[in-house]
Design a protein around this ligand. Structure first.
Ligand code: PLP
Length: 357
């Protein structure tokens, strides 16, 4: 029996996509092999990469002056790739709004003067600093942000206007809401939250920004290398890219990002409304900045939190344990979480509250 999986670091995948992959697993596109067995130089595979790129461009309205790359190493690898490709004068600004943006900032400090220009750590990352009140440094090579904070359950509702290129980690929300790509210099995202199994990371970069990586930048981390080789410089994560392509096709069939965003808003509102109307459950995030992907909440005590997670699991609602930095529970409701999953969760929460309040 399939369960509703609320895990944050890997998401559910659409059932239709899993079934399609299952169907093609032994014989992909008439090759008599699975997609993980054919050469990445085979036309059957390179056409997947091309289709995935085309679909991503179409869905996100990515203009021609941006390249779209499929790379390895996860979003964490990009924490290093960003300074190694962009930190020409050795200085950059970072906004720290959670665990991952802090890690990106710390990684930046290995390569130069990475400055934290605003942080929400003072109130345990329960808000996003007012982007209009931040003073950015004139000499910054770029400004780095994380648009959706997976662990703390916040998201930017407006993006800062910056003179330097804006670099954004969108790992936990890519393709969940419409964004204007032209406002960003670089967008990157690990695929495993909204797009595909772990293994592939998407980089969308303005072409003029990838031309001059720092001399010490490893070949594999040069966006230019990947762009010049159509993301096939070395052996790519074939299966993840293949799955990403199936998910992108699925998303297009659903109507695109605007449509999925409406479903996402609907799911998130159901859950937040329920939590706000309950005196048993609490979400500590400032309302304006609540993520529609990651919803952390607590019950009145640690003991009840633990009981909740255990009993939810038995009811087919799995991986609701919160991150160790926050405690309590966290429901990650990525694109592939069906509305019924959230409705079932709420029904369970009601019942649990009656039994334990
Ligand atoms: C999960 C996550 C990461 C880490 O991704 P990896 O692919 O495991 O390196 C980085 N940033 C954000 C916002 C995330 O949600």
């Amino acid at each position: 029996m399939r369960v509703y999986n609320f895990f944050s670091f890997f998401s559910m995948l659409p059932l239709e996509v899993l079934e399609e992959a299952q169907k093609e697993l032994l014989d992909f596109a008439g090759t008599g092999m699975s997609v993980t067995e054919i050469s990445h130089r085979d036309k059957a595979f390179s056409s997947i990469v091309e289709e995935a790129e085309a679909l991503l461009r179409e869905l996100m309205h990515i203009p021609d002056n941006y390249c779209v790359l499929f790379v390895q190493g996860g979003a964490s690898q990009q924490f290093a790739a960003v300074p190694l490709n962009l930190m020409h004068s050795g200085k950059a600004d970072y906004i720290v709004t959670g665990n991952f943006s802090k890690k990106a900032w710390q990684e930046g400090k290995i390569y130069g003067e990475a400055r934290c220009v605003a942080s929400s750590e003072d109130r345990t990352y329960t808000y996003i600093p007012d982007v209009d009140k931040i003073s950015f440094n004139d000499d910054a090579d770029y400004v780095h942000i994380c648009s959706n904070n997976t662990i703390f359950g916040t998201r930017y509702t407006r993006f800062p206007q910056t003179k330097a290129p804006l670099v954004c980690d969108m790992s936990s929300e890519i393709l969940s809401r419409e964004v204007d790509v032209t406002k960003f210099g670089v967008i990157y995202a690990g695929a495993q939250k909204n797009l595909a199994p772990a293994g592939v990371t998407i980089v969308i970069a303005r072409k003029d920004l990838i031309e001059n990586p720092l001399p010490i930048c490893p070949t594999m981390l040069r966006w230019k290398t990947q762009a010049e080789n159509g993301s096939l410089y070395n052996t790519p994560p074939c299966f993840s890219i293949y799955m990403a392509n199936l998910v992108l096709r699925h998303l297009k069939k659903l109507g695109g990002i605007r449509e999925i965003n409406q479903v996402n808003e609907y799911k998130a509102n159901l859950l937040y409304d329920f939590i706000d109307n309950s005196s048993f459950y609490t979400n500590r995030v400032e309302k304006e900045y609540r993520s529609i992907m990651n919803v952390p909440f607590v019950t009145p005590s640690k003991e009840t939190d633990e009981k909740f997670v255990k009993e939810a699991k038995a009811a087919g609602l799995v991986s609701l344990k919160g991150h160790r930095l926050v405690g309590g529970m966290r429901a990650s409701i990525y694109n592939a979480m069906p509305v019924e999953g959230v409705q079932n969760l709420i029904a369970f929460m009601k019942k649990f509250e009656q039994e334990n309040a």
